[in-house]
Write a protein that binds this ligand. Structure first.
Ligand SMILES: Cc1ncc(COP(=O)(O)O)c(C=O)c1O
Length: 404
């Protein structure tokens, strides 16, 4: 009897699909006594559970069968109106419902964008480091990556120009997260935004602007999205309800003025899932339309995360470990720490024994070339857990340093 290799049956594109360190770690964090700064989870105690239950009942009473029926691929028109309104307020430029497509999480937006742009071997330009979930989505289409130098103020425009001047093949798009980036919590400086839009316009490089955290600013002033600058180029903006209402609804949106891109994304979405769930869209819309309660809810999320960031930063400072540095993001859910001369993947093995986990920075670099970073999530743990977890992390760092 001959054994046929199962590997031979799978498409070439699956060879790049690796188990995500984050997902694997989320399994570990199911254990109750582990404190996790690893996931990117919003605080579940802030979910508007009762209000969503009320909205569900109201939607069923008002729309009945229509809320359970198929809807158009682009999403229910009233929800697209709501998104256009909200973005108009932040963009300060006219957007209308035809510019908006509802997707099943911005993660689906990334997959669909990859599907319509990426041929095997194509280059994509990324921040250094970048969001692991985007890299996973692009990997499935056999992308390769060009990293742009990134500092505390986000992508360095001169580095972007340099990369584009020398790129072969020329990349398909630039992917970036301008606000409170995942994983670093960094924000692209105001003065760099216009510069990056102009460079991409000059090189005719589309921009994919992923903005799940922009609404979670708890200090400083909002900065204009890249998509708000006048440009001849293609700019595709992704927003989501995951961090302002709840990720379980999977309601997110793609906004672009480019009709051809919108049409291709809609066709790709038809092939993937026909449409996002009608019921979730109606429930989301009902909740978000109760403007006063909704804004109060977003404000509560921001003040809670603000406080938790402070608790984490104070706890880190109190450790007094030389060579441990961290930033102070003005919003979002993540803080980025570095440890001089320490490989944080190795550190994680010890810290997991101390019952605290984080995501080692190397996971976010496609070249896997930087080893001393840590992504620390501050949104998902209460004050006591944050303090205990950071104290455990301090112990882990100390015992790691003794052993090496
Ligand atoms: C940068 C970034 N993009 C996209 C997503 C996916 O979000 P969604 O729940 O809308 O799919 C996340 C989730 O953490 C993220 O951090």
């Amino acid at each position: 009897m001959t054994t046929i290799s199962r590997a031979a049956k799978f498409a070439e594109r699956t060879s790049r699909l690796r188990a995500s360190t984050i997902r694997e770690m989320l399994k570990v964090t199911q254990q109750p006594d582990i404190i996790s700064f690893g996931g990117g989870l919003p605080a579940p105690e802030l979910f508007p559970t009762r209000e969503i239950a009320d909205c569900t009942r109201e939607v069923m009473d008002e729309y009945g069968a229509a809320a359970l029926q198929y809807c158009v691929t682009e999403g229910i028109p009233e929800l697209r109106n709501w998104v256009a309104d909200r973005l108009r307020k932040r963009f300060g430029q006219p957007l209308d419902r035809s510019d908006i497509l509802i997707v099943n999480g911005s993660q689906q937006g990334l997959d669909l964008i990859a599907k319509i742009f990426i041929d095997p071997g194509d280059h994509i330009v990324l921040e250094h480091p970048s969001y692991l979930g985007a890299i996973q989505a692009f990997d499935a289409y056999q992308a390769r990556y060009l990293s742009v130098q990134t500092d505390e103020d986000g992508i360095v425009p001169e580095s972007l120009e340099h990369v584009l001047d020398h790129a072969d093949p020329f990349p398909k798009f630039l992917y970036l997260i301008p606000n409170f980036q995942n994983p670093t919590g960094r924000t692209l400086a105001h003065e760099r935004r216009q510069a990056i839009v102009r460079i991409c316009e000059r090189f005719e490089l589309p921009i994919v602007e992923d903005d799940p955290y922009g609404e979670l600013r708890f200090e400083g002033s909002d900065l204009p999205p890249l998509a708000s600058y006048e440009s001849e180029g293609i700019i595709i903006y992704l927003g989501t309800g995951s961090k302002i209402i709840a990720p379980g609804l999977r309601v997110a949106w793609v906004a672009t003025k480019d009709a051809e891109v919108r049409e291709k994304i809609a066709l790709a979405k038809q092939g993937a899932d026909l449409q996002s769930g009608s019921l979730a869209q109606y429930i989301f819309l009902r909740y978000a339309s109760k403007a006063e309660a909704f804004e109060a809810h977003v404000a509560r999320i921001k003040s809670t995360y603000h406080h938790r960031r402070d608790v984490m930063a104070e706890a880190l400072a109190a450790l007094g470990i030389p060579g441990l540095r961290h930033n102070m993001p003005q919003g979002g859910m993540f803080l980025w720490a570095t440890l001089d001369g320490i490989d944080t993947t190795e550190l994680l093995k010890i810290s997991a024994l101390q019952k605290v986990v984080f995501v080692p920075g190397v996971s976010f670099y496609p070249e896997r070339d930087v080893h001393n970073g840590m992504r620390l999530n501050f949104s998902n743990a209460g004050d006591d857990s944050i303090r205990t977890g950071i104290a455990r992390l301090g112990e882990a760092i100390r015992s790691f340093s003794h052993q090496h």
